[in-house]
Design a protein around this ligand. Structure first.
Ligand code: SF4
Ligand code: SF4
Ligand code: SF4
Length: 152
């Protein structure tokens, strides 16, 4: 997980408030939570900060992806074991004869599926953490041996 300090170190550190945050540190926190985007900091787009902008864009890509869902998979940590796929209660309910028993999905209702050796995420509106009957399900997280899944 990216830390606020790592983000802060790459910001212009001008505390100019153009981002409508009181300090660059506050903006770093807002970036990490997905509330703000890099474009909200105009000074960062000056030539002198080009390399920092590039590094921040790479660093924050997973957070950006998670804006809608909060669920991110760190691809570099996932080795495709499929633990999360068979453990997810929504997968079990929606695809009892496919993903839930370690086979290829038999329909398109699954949330987690291993594709080309890495877990992919779909149908996130079905996830128990985000659906209408929201609960703090963490089955996929705790069953992952490499801590590749995270909610931000
Ligand atoms: S606009 Fe950028 S440089 Fe200015 S306070 Fe916000 S984060 Fe810092
Ligand atoms: S949090 Fe629960 S419902 Fe959501 S993807 Fe993970 S295991 Fe499935
Ligand atoms: S449990 Fe972790 S390592 Fe295994 S497939 Fe799921 S995310 Fe990847």
């Amino acid at each position: 997980m990216v830390s606020i300090m790592e983000i802060y170190q790459l910001l212009p550190k001008l505390n100019c408030k153009e981002c409508e945050k009181p300090t660059c540190m506050a903006f770093a926190n807002s970036l990490l939570s997905g509330e703000s985007v890099l474009e909200d900091c105009p000074p960062l787009y000056r030539n002198e900060y080009e390399s920092q902008l590039e590094r921040l864009s790479t660093m924050l890509a997973p957070v950006k992806d998670a804006a809608e869902t909060g669920l991110i998979v760190h691809d570099e940590l996932c080795f495709g074991c499929g633990n999360c796929v068979v453990a997810c209660p929504v997968n079990v309910a929606n695809d009892p004869h496919g993903a839930a028993v370690g086979l290829a999905p038999s329909n398109d209702k699954v949330i987690l599926a291993v594709v080309n050796g890495v877990v992919t995420v779909a149908n996130v509106s079905e996830c128990r953490r985000f659906g209408k009957n929201r609960i703090l399900c963490d089955v996929c997280i705790v069953t992952c041996p490499s801590k590749a899944i995270e909610f931000v």
